[in-house]
Design a protein around this ligand. Structure first.
Ligand SMILES: Cc1cc2nc3c(=O)[nH]c(=O)nc-3n(C[C@H](O)[C@H](O)[C@H](O)COP(=O)(O)OP(=O)(O)OC[C@H]3O[C@@H](n4cnc5c(N)ncnc54)[C@H](O)[C@@H]3O)c2cc1C
Length: 220
């Protein structure tokens, strides 16, 4: 898996802080942005639950070499824009799939897994040889098939994504992607993403009986 931050709002912390402050000031955000204390302002405004101010910050990622199982989960997040490699227009001649760590860790399971993938791709290529279009031959392809996706989200949606998908209840693959995205966001926007991550970073776990019992913040 590779996660690249392709583009982002420059100076997002100051822009969101200035936008928030401008609601309570006679000065416009262009002036406030020059001398705003982003940390103090955003902690106050976002702390009050006024998350709309961080919608002014937008981030675009290239997510490469992940499974379709992951992207199926990712695209459930509705406040986002996605562009995904097409299985209609891109023919997948060679087996290209993600092997879960549980399968990799068991030689017999790995053998079953890779034999099945070889059989699927063999059938896929045979259908293509029969001039069945890629868009129909792809009905054979598995959830583990690799794909590339471009995703754009604003910071409010990213905070929500990190809350759900950095949690240990999320599946390992999407969790790895979310953690890499969070790392990249923090590098360029440390204030907005300061307390980002699963709910146990900020307080008690809301998962009840399904909780993993290992809060990231020991006092939570
Ligand atoms: C651990 C885990 C297990 C899951 N298991 C399943 C499963 O078994 N089956 C399944 O179908 N899904 C499952 N999901 C997906 C989950 O149900 C959500 O579809 C997904 O996490 C997207 O989150 P969301 O709907 O909160 O927010 P997003 O789509 O990211 O939207 C962000 C927020 O905007 C608001 N919003 C967006 N759209 C609307 C709307 N139409 N009306 C009102 N408010 C809206 C909500 O406040 C929402 O929280 C799982 C998710 C996780 C994290």
């Amino acid at each position: 898996m590779k996660v690249v931050l392709l583009a982002y709002t420059q100076g997002a912390d100051a822009i969101c802080a200035a936008a928030g402050s401008s609601c309570y000031s006679a000065r416009p955000s262009a002036e406030i942005a020059k001398d705003v204390d982003s940390e103090k302002t955003l902690s106050r405004i976002v702390g009050m639950g006024h998350l709309s101010v961080v919608e002014h910050a937008v981030f675009t990622f290239s997510v490469e070499g992940v499974s379709r199982a992951l992207t199926h989960q990712l695209v459930r997040h509705r406040i986002a824009s996605f562009s995904q490699q097409s299985q209609r227009y891109v023919s997948l001649k060679e087996p290209t799939f993600v092997t879960p760590p549980t399968v990799k860790g068991d030689p017999e399971a790995e053998r079953v897994f890779s034999e099945t993938m070889d059989a699927i791709w063999d059938a896929y290529r045979r259908l293509e040889d029969m001039e069945i279009p890629a868009e129909d031959a792809r009905y054979l392809l598995p959830n583990g098939c690799t794909t590339n996706i471009t995703v754009t989200m604003n910071a409010r949606e990213l905070l929500h994504l990190f809350s759900l998908r950095c949690c240990s209840r999320a599946q390992w693959e999407i969790r790895e992607m979310a953690e890499r995205m969070l790392e990249l966001c923090r590098e360029v926007s440390p204030v907005i993403f300061k307390d980002a991550g699963p709910p146990c970073v900020r307080g008690p776990c809301p998962e009840g009986k399904l909780s993993c019992g290992k809060p990231r913040r020991p006092s939570a």
